[in-house]
Design a protein around this ligand. Structure first.
Ligand SMILES: NC(=O)c1ccc[n+]([C@@H]2O[C@H](COP(=O)([O-])OP(=O)(O)OC[C@H]3O[C@@H](n4cnc5c(N)ncnc54)[C@H](O)[C@@H]3O)[C@@H](O)[C@H]2O)c1
Length: 254
């Protein structure tokens, strides 16, 4: 049986799966026939996404994890292995942002952004990639940010963390593609999620409808736009795509 290009449903992990882009990725991977583990620091949010998936007939579980904490990541990986088996697909969407003028960024804010966005991606990938190596097949999709391509004011820590995610993904692709594991990154432009809505409310980014008018495709980016691309990159059909920065941005940063 072929499910969306895969010989059978795979075991997929989505970090940050309790909200926004991660929740949409979890739903799309579930719809593609995969078993989905929804990991999030907000355990209730993760559980409600997993519950929604199960309601749609998807095998789904939730686990609370702080991706910045390696012990917590390893524990969650253990839960996934115990319930579903070896991890074959990993989408890292857990992330936080902050807006502070460069000269005023406190060390703890810099450290936390790097810890969650960059070290969190490292922790999760290093913890789970041994399963993919053992199986000779794997898909890693990291969610970075178009701000790492363009730069963005008053977000040096966020932009630097996401630039690190892009570079890390390319390094993983080179190291592991010979062993059947692809690694790609999607750097979204502004996508209508709770994170973006908080940015609008704080006056950090323009209203989403105003941004839509400045976007070549003339609409807001939706979590589903990212999820559709990520799910394709996680399929067997995408086996010749690796080390790539796949823009999903309505034409903004072509
Ligand atoms: N929304 C956008 O406009 C946009 C643009 C570019 C990049 N991104 C990136 O996309 C990813 C998803 O963002 P979103 O817009 O869906 O945001 P969101 O806030 O809706 O979702 C992020 C999720 O990550 C979880 N999370 C935060 N810290 C965590 C931690 N330490 N461990 C585990 N989970 C944690 C949150 O609880 C939340 O459920 C982020 O990495 C973000 O930087 C978003």
């Amino acid at each position: 049986m072929s499910v969306n290009g895969s010989p059978a449903g795979r075991v997929a992990v989505v970090t940050g799966g309790g909200s926004g882009i991660g929740a949409a990725v979890a739903e799309h991977l579930g719809a593609a026939g995969h078993r989905v583990a929804v990991l999030d620091v907000n355990g209730d949010a993760a559980e409600s996404v997993a519950e929604r998936l199960r309601g749609d007939g998807v095998e789904a579980l939730a686990a609370t994890v702080d991706v910045a904490d390696r012990t917590s990541v390893d524990k969650a990986a253990g839960v996934v292995r115990e319930k579903f088996g070896p991890i074959e697909i990993l989408v890292t969407s857990a992330g936080i942002e902050a807006q502070t003028p460069f000269t005023e960024i406190p060390a703890h804010e810099w450290d936390r952004l790097i810890a969650v966005n960059l070290t969190g991606t490292f922790n999760t990938t290093q913890s789970m990639i041994p399963d993919m190596l053992a199986g000779g097949w794997g898909r890693i999709v990291t969610i970075s940010s178009s701000s790492a391509q363009s730069g963005a004011p008053e977000r040096a820590h966020y932009v630097a963390s996401k630039g690190g995610v892009i570079a890390l993904t390319k390094a993983l692709a080179f190291e592991y593609s010979p062993q059947g594991i692809t690694a790609n990154t999607i750097p979204p432009s502004i996508i209508a999620t709770p994170m973006a809505e908080a940015g609008v409310a704080a006056g950090h980014i323009p209203k989403l409808e105003d941004l839509a008018m400045m976007t070549p495709v003339r609409r807001s980016g939706l979590p589903e736009d990212i999820a559709a691309a990520a799910t394709f990159l996680c399929s067997d059909h995408a086996g010749f795509i690796t080390g790539q920065v796949i823009g999903v941005n309505g034409g903004w940063y072509i």
